[in-house]
Design a protein around this ligand. Structure first.
Ligand code: ADP
Ligand code: MG
Length: 251
């Protein structure tokens, strides 16, 4: 097994920075325990494991000739490294890629946070206090130029201190400069959280967004941009849901 630095089909497939935790976790492969179902995304096979309740390991396998349009684990590792454990998010221990038989394998290791995701606990909608927490979480991310792009009940974990944390940065993006695209994505983030976690219930959305605005660092100019992008996204998405007959009757 070698760490892969010169894969021809996937120039972007690089070995991450090696460290002892990563190598230790790999050495204990026989003790990894399966977590949930495996997921097949096109030709890629993805499976989650945990080790000793301390590490979450994502194992990703795809044919070696498959050209990837998204090396999400690199983005996820980079963003988790930027966050560095703030706001309850897991620490990333890095990733490793190598070639085995006719497959490329990627192993991505994160700290395991004890608790369950809201989806695993069969929560179908946030309560008032959780809406406030999610609003504040999103504002913290946005203040740091990070958009989650996937704020759903399956990606929010209620940890043993009874606080909510966001655990899945596979679709997240980080912006050094707050460009128009950032404000657009931030608006989308707020929409998705209201839609998927508060089911567009007006009172819950109001609590979430009040907490969001209270925590958000803005000046007159950026506040107007955040606001505008939120309104545009909301309008567009409400129309889309209406067309598909999925608009809740309380909207
Ligand atoms: N850091 C973590 N701590 C505890 N559980 C986690 C952690 N990361 C992932 N999980 C568990 O693994 C599942 C899938 O992880 P996630 O990162 O959301 O990947 P995906 O949604 O792409 O399958 C989660 O629903 C959760 O049960
Ligand atoms: Mg997820």
């Amino acid at each position: 097994m070698t760490s892969n630095n010169n894969n021809t089909a996937n120039d972007s497939l690089k070995a991450g920075p090696l460290n002892n935790v990563l190598l230790d976790v790999l050495a204990q492969k026989s003790s990894w325990q399966l977590l949930g179902k495996s997921v097949q995304r096109k030709a890629c096979h993805c499976q989650n494991y945990h080790l000793d309740g301390r590490f979450i390991i994502k194992l990703f396998r795809f044919p070696e000739n498959e050209i990837l349009d998204n090396t999400w684990w690199i983005i996820e590792h980079t963003i988790l490294s930027l966050i560095n454990g703030k706001w309850g998010s897991p620490i990333s221990h890095g990733y490793l890629s190598f070639n085995q038989d006719t497959y490329n394998i990627v192993i991505f290791v994160r700290e395991r946070i004890s608790g369950n995701t809201l989806e695993e606990s069969n929560v179908s909608i946030l309560n008032n206090a959780q809406c406030k927490e999610v609003g504040e979480l999103l504002a913290n991310f946005h203040n740091d130029g990070i958009v989650t792009r996937d704020c759903t009940l399956g990606n929010l974990l209620l940890n043993t201190d009874n606080t909510l944390c966001f655990i899945d940065f596979g679709k997240a993006r980080s912006y050094k400069n707050k460009t128009l695209l950032f404000f657009f994505q931030a608006g989308w983030d707020c929409w998705k959280a209201q839609w998927r976690c508060a089911k567009l219930e007006p009172r819950l959305c109001e609590i979430m967004m009040n907490a969001y605005w209270a925590k958000l660092d803005t000046n007159k100019y950026t506040r107007a941009l955040y606001n505008l992008m939120q309104k545009i996204t909301r309008r567009q998405q409400l129309m889309r849901l209406k067309k598909r007959g999925k608009l809740p009757d309380y909207i």
